[in-house]
Write a protein that binds this ligand. Structure first.
Ligand code: ADP
Length: 213
């Protein structure tokens, strides 16, 4: 995996991948940045990623996947992304700082565009306005949330609560105090103090979370 641009976002990606044992080639144009991280990432180089020869020399074309984590310098982000497309990298990810930036990257052929600030802002909006302990929108209108169960379904096998019919949601996992998460089944009986993971259409899981105590 190649990570280009070692600002806060790129550094987090590179370090997390290195920690998990993934082979990482990290690139940044600032020698100081590279120097500061050199002990922690095995393959790290100072290079201008808008220079295709520099990328070729580093062997970027041999990697299956790359992330462009250059944000504020739009020109550098767009040029770098287009070079990765030219080098026929199979799976290109790029960070965008705005929706427009994201659209340009997609049109260039970037396979996955992420808008970290925008996405996190949306997530926090859902978290602060509801009673959810955690929230993940997995598709346009489908989410997974972590919450506490409403009183009315405690002490009864999930299969008999009529949850899907009544609320349009499914309890997928349960965690009792002091234990780990386990899958929920029709026989699972929730207890006070349990934390549950619920899946369903976004508006329905959010409404369901409001009933938790
Ligand atoms: P963040 O918000 O995640 O900190 P930034 O956009 O501030 O992201 O950081 C981007 C990083 O990308 C910086 O470390 C910068 O030196 C690096 N960078 C910018 N242009 C290039 C380029 N042409 N080639 C390689 N690295 C670059």
């Amino acid at each position: 995996m190649v990570v280009i641009g070692l600002g806060r976002f790129g550094t987090s990606i590179a370090l997390e991948l290195a920690r998990r044992g993934t082979e990482v080639l990290a690139i940044d144009s600032r020698a100081k940045t590279v120097q500061a991280l050199s002990g922690q990432i095995t393959h790290i180089a100072t290079a201008d990623a808008t220079d295709i020869e520099a990328l070729r020399q580093l062997g970027v074309q041999d990697f299956y996947r790359a992330v462009v984590a250059i944000g504020s310098d739009l020109e550098a982000s767009i040029l770098t992304a287009s070079l990765l497309v030219e080098l026929e990298i199979d799976d290109i990810w790029a960070k965008a700082v705005s929706q427009q930036h994201g659209r340009i990257l997609s049109r260039l052929g970037v396979h996955h565009v992420v808008l970290p600030e925008h996405d996190m802002g949306e997530r926090v909006a859902h978290l602060v306005s509801g009673r959810m302990l955690d929230y993940l929108e997995v598709d346009e209108n489908f989410a997974l949330i972590k919450t506490r169960p409403p009183k009315e379904i405690v002490g009864m096998p999930l299969g008999r609560t009529g949850l899907r019919r009544k609320y349009g949601v499914t309890v997928v996992a349960v965690k009792s105090e002091g234990e780990e998460f386990t899958y929920a089944s029709a026989e699972t009986e929730l207890m006070y103090g349990d934390i549950i993971v619920v899946a369903g259409p976004t508006d329905r899981v959010e409404r369901f979370a409001e009933l938790g105590f």
